[in-house]
Design a protein around this ligand. Sequence first.
Ligand code: F6P
Length: 402
Amino acid sequence: MAIKRIGVITSGGDCGGLNAVIKGMARKAYALGIESVIIPNGYAGLYNLVQMDKVVVLNAERVSKIEASLAGSEAGHSRVKISKIDDPDKYNRIKKGLEKFKIDGLIISGGDDTGSVVVDLTAQGIPCVHVPKTMDLDLQPYSVGGDSAINRISVFSRDLKTTGMSHNRVIVVEVFGRYVGHTAFRGGIGAEADCILIPEVPADFDIVYKHMKSTFFARIERSDVNSGTYLIVVAEGLTNASGEMLYDESAGVDAFGHKKLAGAGKYVRQQLEKRLKEDPEVVAFMKRVNMFVPGIYVIPEVREVTPGHLVRSGHSSAYDVNFGYKAGAGSVVLLTKGKTGNTVTGVQGHKILYMPTTEAIKRREVDIEELALFESLGTCFGREAMEFKPELREENRNDRAM
Ligand code: F6P
């Protein structure tokens, strides 16, 4: 079937690069003589399309009003899984909505949950192509939003060092990352964090404490103004020594059905404070650096900061705008070529790269071998440092998409 009208959906958590996806998609579509329209607010909008009076057409004038460098999505978001909607007629209702607005196919940008719906809709006979999006970077291909989030985590965390230095505080920055720690890891390295705690590595707080004490205390003692800080970046999905996540059992689940988390930053602070209070060498240190004030400053302060949604708001990185434009445009080509149920993974020269969405949404974790290099450079990951064993390999020109 020739595609004459495409609907664009953005779904799951918003992040950087999505507006570039929308613009790349719309501009490629009208260059090919295809009209594109916004289906607003993710799958909630798709489900309710049938009752809408109109949809926004992404013609040249409307598209030029969208700012690609702004994060978030002009198309809006929701966290809805179609299979979980309590309506036996939901797929017919969606098809009627698509018929009403003469939409022949969908371009859907989102993460693993969103991608699973792409697979579901494809099985229902609705043509759709997936554009990878998640600031968590836990899909197989690169996903828009990741680079923007890493840059923001890096800048916010680095900036917090000035307040940390002024008060000689340990600063714990908690960032998103429920199952994987790609952005905590990369953002933490970008900020030159002393310690980075990610879900893939169960945290041993005796190791974190030892590293903190030797690094932070020495820093303050070396300083001619007795000033120092210690920066920890922790992913919200921090796991304890038994590899369990810290759930808040009283907080319920989100719209995708994921349990709410209990506050990794707070947990890290409590673990460090407990050890600082129990360690007899700490008071001696405080006295040595003239910080000790009876009843007021007995141990150094530990503060947690949670930038939360700020890490996925504001501006998109230039990399995400580049990738978003390419992936958005590439997705239109895939849809017109009948590649429904696939995920666009990049554009290289004239080649549009793709893989089945069922593959693309398989969770990609941080390769913990990669931490060893940074451990050899002094970063703590809350585990016994793994030895970095360098091997040499001469690289050929490779075919990376970006
Ligand atoms: O979309 C992924 C993500 O950023 C996760 O890292 C985080 O757990 C979640 O979104 C938070 O989403 P919400 O804004 O819906 O609470």
